[in-house]
Design a protein around this ligand. Sequence first.
Ligand code: HPA
Length: 255
Amino acid sequence: MKIGIIGGSGLTDFNELHVQQRLTPTTVWGEPSSPLIVGTFHTADTPSAFEKTEVVFIARHGEEHRIPPHKVNYRANIAALRDQQVSAIYAVNVVGGINMEMCPGDVVIPDQIIDYTWGREHTYSDGSDAPLEHVDFTNPYDNSLKDALLHQAISLSLPVHAGGVYGATQGPRLETAAEIARMERDGCDIVGMTGMPEAALARELNIPYASLALVVNMAAGLCDSEISMEQIQQIIDERMADIRRLLVAVANNMG
Ligand code: HPA
């Protein structure tokens, strides 16, 4: 069993990963965002599971966290994971909360997407070599991966929400209050900049994909104050260790 993990803001490396290989592949779609780090998780909690699941980790924004959301080569990242024969991809996203119940520090396992991004290379069916395919995307996230995340999040007593609509915006700026009000009317629960086209590309390559989203702020206009980057960083610093624990638990409890 081999799984891919895509780390987002605040997750550019993984202390728990016992690294076996560091790969720097190229793909026909170009270079992935970072080297692929291949290894297994071993922690004091799960010694018996050591080496059960192989993990391929990639940092979406690069090892130095320099690549903005609209410049990420999503096609190369997903193709590189496919080339490593991963059978599932878990993607970590930091998000703003729109639903007032989804507060900073909470984990959301989204079940739907609305895509507001534009101008990104968003498909492998781009009229070049690959045949034109219209993939079904009714349910953008894989059910069994979502269930695994939820199950382990509950076991770890993390504050978790099962389901939610992820609104993907272009960034890198945050939204206006009116944009968030519109997204709320559209039915979005959370807002982030990297959920798309990543999820759709994984579907095009037929790789089961799920996201675990960490809420790091309330979205624009929902609090009295403007959004503070210091507070976002503080939540990331406080909560990312739990996100890593959740991924370790998911990886080490797979079939
Ligand atoms: N909007 C978009 N992306 C984000 C936010 C937000 O408020 N917070 C973290 N990522």
